[in-house]
Design a protein around this ligand. Sequence first.
Ligand code: GDP
Length: 301
Amino acid sequence: SKFKDGLSKTRDNFTGRMNELFAQYRTVDEDFFEELEEILIGADVGVTTVMELVEELEHEARIQNITDTRKLAPVISEKLAAKLEKREDDTRLNVQKDGLTVFLFVGVNGVGKTTTIGKVAHSFKQEGKKVMLAAGDTFRAGAIEQLEVWGERVGVDVIKQQAGSDPAAVMYDAIQSARSRKADILLCDTAGRLQNKVNLMNELEKVKRVISKEIPDAPHEVLLVLDATTGQNALSQAKTFKQVTNISGIVLTKLDGTAKGGIVLAIRNELDVPVKLIGLGEKVEDLQPFDAEQFVYGLFK
Ligand code: GDP
C-alpha cells in the first residue's frame, strides 16, 4: 500500500493518459503506436527503451493478430514488466551471514543520499542488526553533521573525523570501530563531486582499496543514489558514475514526488545495474525494496 501511495502521481498521470489512448484508438495501427510512444516518453521511460518496447509490441500484435487495442493492453504491461525484470537480476542487498557487511553510498548532493543511509540503517536495525555509519563525505560543508542528525534519529553511532580529512582514513577508522563494537552493518557516505570526475574516481578507488584490504569481499554493495524527479538527468548521472566506479545497485529516491516514474524503466533498461531500493517519501520508513512486477502492475491499477 505504501508502494501504491508512493506511486500515485505517476499512476494517475499514466493511467489517465492510457485510458484516453484506449478510448480514442480502437484499432491497433500506426497512429495508436505513435500516441503510445508519446505517452511513454512523457512518463520519462526514455527514448531508447520506448523504441524497443513499441517495436516488440508491433511484432507481438502482428504475430498474435491483435487488432483491438484493448486486447493489446495486457501485452503492454507484460512487456513493460519484462523490461524491468532482467535475466540475472537480484534486487536483494548483499548482506554477509557472518562478519561485518560494508555498503558504500555514492551519488551527487541533494539526491537523498543521507536520507537513504538513514532509512537503510533503520530497516537493518528493525531486523535486529547492529548498524554503524561512516561519515565519508568530508568535503561538503555540513555533510558530517547531517549524517549525525540521521544517526541520532535512528539511534546508531556515526564514525567521523574533521571536515577535510582523508575519507579513506575515515573508512579505516570506521571499520576498526565497527569491529570492536561488533557491528553487523557499516553504511558509508561518500562525497559526490561529479564536477571533478578524476578526483572522485581516485577518492572512491582509494576508499574501496582501504575497505577491501580490511575485508576482502567488501564493499559488499556500492549503491548509487539517484533522484527520480530529475528524470533524464538521473540517467545521465548514472552513466557518468558508471565510468567512475563499479556500481552494484541503484537506489531511486523521491518516486513519490514525480508523475514520471517511468524513469525506473529507462534506468533499468539502459544501464546494466539493478534498481534495488526505491524512496517513496521523507520519513525513515519510506524505503522499499524494488519489485519490478509490483511496480508495473501498480501503474495500471
Ligand atoms: P543528500 O544531499 O544526497 O544527502 O540529500 P538528502 O538526504 O539531504 O535529501 C535531500 C532532500 O530530499 C531532503 O529534503 C530529503 O528529505 C528529501 N528526500 C530524500 N529522499 C526522499 C524521498 O524518497 N521522497 C521525498 N519526497 N523526499 C526525499
